[in-house]
Design a protein around this ligand. Structure first.
Ligand SMILES: NC(=O)C1=CN([C@@H]2O[C@H](COP(=O)(O)OP(=O)(O)OC[C@H]3O[C@@H](n4cnc5c(N)ncnc54)[C@H](OP(=O)(O)O)[C@@H]3O)[C@@H](O)[C@H]2O)C=CC1
Ligand SMILES: O=C1O[C@H](COP(=O)(O)O)[C@@H](O)[C@H](O)[C@H]1O
Length: 489
């Protein structure tokens, strides 16, 4: 990441889809924190845009309700809210209609000396019309940036079409394809761990690593996003972006510089080296699941098909496990197991690097576990290294013990941890795209995902049921057991 100036230029932020789930739950609370901590340029204005007609006061009441719910009690004060709200305006407009952009330009009275951030928190089918309408309205000048939410399209073809259309309006340096996992502190810590410590890099390869596990498990269901999710599924919603980005950060080579192009060049090479999975292979290398009714934290939870706006005969997957292989020198023969699911037993995102056992057993019977590095991304940020130690007492018995680092506690105790969207919004304002996906990366990810989706359509139509509150379908265990391994959790 480049060293950013102490304060970015004056800025206008336009949130297309300003009344949607993402804007209300994530973007406005993030902007509130940035405002409260004086990290936004002083005269920043925020325009929330959506079709529904509502008075500004009604919109602000809606936004306040959500911010209160998302921001901790200690961080939410009426005075901060009121000064933040003074920055916000609401405009009812149809972003697919070019005529409505005239009204937007009028309201905005934009000056080209200000940075203009267009945040597209809408469905991807609006990305192309919005970009074209912005151009027609003269709101896509050199000071303007566009932020595109994931998943970008629903296939390689649709992603390419969007990228092409966006590229005709905004050059690549002004396109910010967001993947909020890259904004998480612990995810960035992964790069610090790898590239700022001599300890791990020599071991970070097939000679020493047996396999890697990347799990992003949620206890939440689809909440009020059934209409979107039922057409997307876990593969498009999570694997195509968040899980593949995590895989890239674990597997990539050391970049030449720590800047946007160098980091993204290395991530791209990993995506290009992923061994394709398609046709009948999907039966051996992937597991699709869908939650049935169950219990989480003592609460009864309905089956997926019972959720709002979900087809009651839906075959959409809410769980995916995949064995991915990276065909390059460093990772030949090292499987990367990816797993993500909704309504799982526990919320937990983690990366486990399982090292190989010692080459010759001098101590014990050789059946003990080998070193294992756990990188816990959430709920708590932790890194622990499993080492073998001698059990106290007579004789030489080995037992695994942990060197455990709680990252939140290791750094200033009373400091609030930034949310991913806070950091990424600031990066957009400052024009730093290191933590955003480049066009070719997104397309390479779809190039790997598309054949799996096609394989499923042909050979794996019904997802395996798993009870809400479990660890996913049994077949996900078999994916590892067949290779003499198991999921760690
Ligand atoms: N929600 C989340 O947690 C996450 C969402 N995303 C992505 O963010 C994007 C938005 O998701 P989400 O907030 O959940 O979606 P929602 O359906 O909750 O919100 C969509 C928003 O777009 C507005 N809208 C729809 N059509 C138009 C139009 N023609 N012109 C102007 N505004 C329009 C809607 O308001 P109105 O109907 O009044 O026009 C609403 O404000 C999607 O691409 C999604 O994949 C990514 C990560 C997480
Ligand atoms: O992008 C998405 O991410 C969330 C999970 O994000 P997290 O930061 O809470 O781990 C997921 O619930 C949602 O379905 C998906 O669209």
């Amino acid at each position: 990441m480049s060293n950013s100036p102490a304060f970015p230029r004056s800025c206008d932020i336009l949130v297309f889809g300003g009344s949607g789930d993402l804007a209300l739950h994530k973007l406005l609370p993030a902007l509130y924190h940035l405002h409260r901590e004086q990290r936004l340029p002083a005269d920043t204005r925020i325009f929330a845009l959506a079709r529904s007609t509502r008075a500004l006061d009604d919109y602000l009441a809606l936004a306040e309700r959500h911010c209160r719910a998302q921001v901790s009690r200690d961080d939410f004060t009426l005075a901060d809210w009121q000064s933040f709200a003074a920055r916000i305006d609401y405009l009812a407009m149809d972003a697919a209609q070019s005529a409505d952009f005239g009204r937007l330009r009028e309201r905005l009275k934009h000056s080209e000396t200000r940075v203009l951030v267009h945040y597209l928190a809408t469905a991807p089918n609006l990305f192309t019309p919005i970009a074209q309408n912005l151009k027609l309205a003269g709101l896509a000048g050199p000071e303007a940036r566009i932020v595109l939410e994931k998943p970008l399209g629903h296939s390689l073809e649709s992603a390419r079409a969007i990228n092409l259309a966006i590229g005709q309006v905004f050059d690549e340096s002004r396109v910010f394809r967001i993947d909020h996992y890259l904004g998480k502190e612990t995810v960035q810590n992964l790069m610090a761990l790898r590239f700022a410590n001599t300890l791990f890099e020599p071991l970070w390869r097939s000679a020493y690593v047996d396999h890697v596990q990347i799990s992003v498990n949620e206890t939440l269901g689809v909440e009020n996003r059934g209409a979107y999710y039922d057409h997307a599924g876990a593969m498009r919603d999570m694997v195509q972006n968040h899980l593949l980005q995590l895989l890239c950060l674990v597997a990539m080579e050391v970049p030449v510089h720590f800047d946007a192009e160098s980091v993204r060049n290395e991530k791209l090479k990993i995506l290009q080296a992923l061994r394709p999975i398609g046709g009948q292979d999907v039966q051996d290398k992937t597991v699709r699941g869908q939650y049935s009714a169950g219990h989480i934290g003592g609460q009864e939870v309905p089956a997926y098909w019972f959720e709002k706006q979900v087809d009651n005969d839906s075959d959409t997957e809410t769980f995916v496990a995949v064995r991915a292989d990276i065909d390059n020198w460093r990772w030949a023969g090292v499987p990367f197991y990816l797993r993500t699911g909704k309504r799982m037993a526990k919320k937990c995102s983690e990366i486990v690097i399982q090292f190989k056992p010692v080459p010759h057993n001098l101590i014990g019977d050789g059946s003990g576990p080998a070193n294992r590095l756990w990188i816990r991304l959430q709920p708590e940020e932790r890194i622990s290294l499993q080492l073998m130690a001698k059990m106290p007492g007579k004789g030489m018995q080995l037992e695994a013990v942990e060197l455990d680092l709680n990252l939140a506690q290791a750094f200033s105790k009373n400091k609030r941890r930034w949310d991913a969207y806070e950091r990424l919004l600031l990066d957009v304002i400052e024009g730093d795209s290191t933590l955003f996906m480049r066009r070719d990366e997104v397309e390479a990810a779809w190039r790997w995902v598309d054949p799996i989706l096609a394989g499923w359509r042909e050979h794996y139509q019904r997802p395996r049921p798993y009870p809400a509150g479990s660890n996913g379908p049994e077949q996900a265990q078999s994916l590892l057991e067949l290779a003499g391994r198991e999921w760690y959790s």
